[in-house]
Design a protein around this ligand. Sequence first.
Ligand code: MOS
Length: 733
Amino acid sequence: MLKQIGIAQNRVDGPMKVTGEAAYAADRRPGGQLYALAVRSPVAAGTITRIETAAAKSVAGIVAIYTHANAPAALDWHADPAVMALSGEGLGRQALEAAEPEAPPPYLPMTGPDIVFAGQWIAVVVATSLEAAREASLLVKPIIEPHEASVEIDARNDRFLEPGFFFAADMQVQRGAWPDTAAKQQIVSETYRTPMQNHHPMEPSATVAVWDGDAVTVFDSTQGVMATREYVARSLKLPLDKVRVISAFVGGGFGGKNQTWPHQALAAHIARALGRPVRLQLTRADMAVASGHRSQTEQDVALQAASDGSLTALRHVSRVPTSLHGNFFEPSGLNSLMLYEAAALGVRHHVVRKAFATPTPFRAPGETPGSFAVESAVDELAHALAQNPLDLRQRYIPSRDHYHDRDWSSNNLLECYRRGAEAFGWPEGVIVPRARRDGHELIGVGMATTAYPAPALPAIVRLRLRVEGKLQVETSATDIGTGMYTILAQTVADELSLPVEAIEVRLGDSNFPHAPTAGRSKSTASLLPAAQHAARALLQRLAAAVREPLSELSNVALQDRLKAAGLAELEAEGSSTGLQVGQQVSFYSFGAHFIEVRVDEALGRVSVTRVVSALDCGRIVNPKTATSQIRGGIIFGIGMALMEDAAFHPTRARMINDNLADYAIPVNADIPEIDVIFVGEPDNRFNELGVRGLGEIGVPGTAAAIANAVFAATGQRVRNLPITPSAIVRGGE
Ligand code: MOS
């Protein structure tokens, strides 16, 4: 009997956030704190001859300046491969190693004179105030011998690596023979491009390090305190129990705080060297280069179908960059392995090293850019076949996960199509471009499919019942804006028949029980079963303490029982196992976006005017926070479709919009009502609660649905994102 799960409960941490009571990393102000700021390389490639610091050192309040010349000795700052393997620089190394036996050494700033991307940290200034640090940072003068640098992908001349297994999938798949093109087939064969994107969460990354004897507490903005603790501890050469990482509130992450980055360890190294607390905060410009990004992609998609629409072949070839020393690359073909059943399937990834900072996962990595290409191509195929895109997609619903050779635990994609189309008023028959006009605006509708895996990892949740005060729930998981505080309270409240108000959830402290990093939409399915088990364990322990059967405890005041037993408090833990190796079925979430746009061709302006998305994400724990997650994902997709584009200077290979004035993202005026429909039944083959995560599934497909709607409105097929006014005015080029 579920009383709290399924209720649109307000965020339990909402009042703390809006009153400023919630302390984010950079809000911590330990006494005697110093302020550290980075100095970035102005060039993309070169060798540092020397760095002049005399003028910077004369600024009042300057305490120290670190460069490659003194940081390794003064801070014990070294690019130890064991440490780097844990960082954002290490992710993907195994996938690339097969293709590149002589992998370049891992990169860490201030360990040598080489510049490998523009914006690389070449110095860090430390001062008694932020203002002094800022002034000094502007006076640090690097003398650099510049080299040639390239950030352009050249499909013909670049040397591409062919990575192996990554993100639980083979990156080079060939199945069946490409059908005879002479046969009566409809073919779509196009190249799609997506731009580099920056995560830019509202809260920039920041780390405050405070030493107490030989132990350090790190207040950090991270998606995973346990991963950060391990990275920081290994970097400092300390045992894990000497490092505590606290990240109680996080103002967004989107993947940029999923991996660990140098500043998180560097703050602790500097604080140790100087014997004072240190705050190292990333500026907006740092956020564009020092905490990952989504790389640009170039994707060739070819679809071949019989005249009735049945799909005979799908080829999806991606060319994506990584940095000169890192390894992560965008696995754009992931969903092509699973979502469309074609006798001939070719999915390949080609990776090229360029003078970029290292890319990293960015909300639905792989699926997001991949879905733009494939979901655009399916729409192109529908128009070529003179079929309604919805009808075509309905016949493409994958009956099972053919790639892994497993059934789906559940798949309600057909129901998503049906309910979404009905709520949206999706038209029947062939969609004729340029058929609807309202004054100077053309109106069009587009749709696309989304899908995202549902992983789960082991987690532990601890409950503490006390005679006084609220029942405490503790786990090291983070709430990066997703609603984890709230749904944990709901789950425990449900099991113990308590109101949500009787529960206090405490998160984001590495001293709390183990939980996985918040990423890849796995936290809900990892944490909630553990919370459920913890509540049951607590009831059992209480029953044993008061020597009464469990059944008589369900609705009594737990605290009275505790008091009667003569106990001040009672603890219990519960754990979850995560997904087991050798699972028998595939756990996936599915959905469909239906979008209307209006296009003013004279001005080139595209407005998204209506969005209906129907999703199958298992049982919905909290319709309010769940809807908010999906809306956020769709807004991400709108930004990707129409605005976001980390642009580079054509010859200097340097990002020219590393700030929120020039890097456009959607604001309220860009966002229409977004109608989110959840169609899923509880996925009880996944876990007892039937819950799946949903932090990312809103993003894939959104940009394609918009591009498809732009085609319906204007007849222009835009295959290069973003769809800017100039692209519309130029006719989709
Ligand atoms: Mo997410 S891109 O898995 O943090």
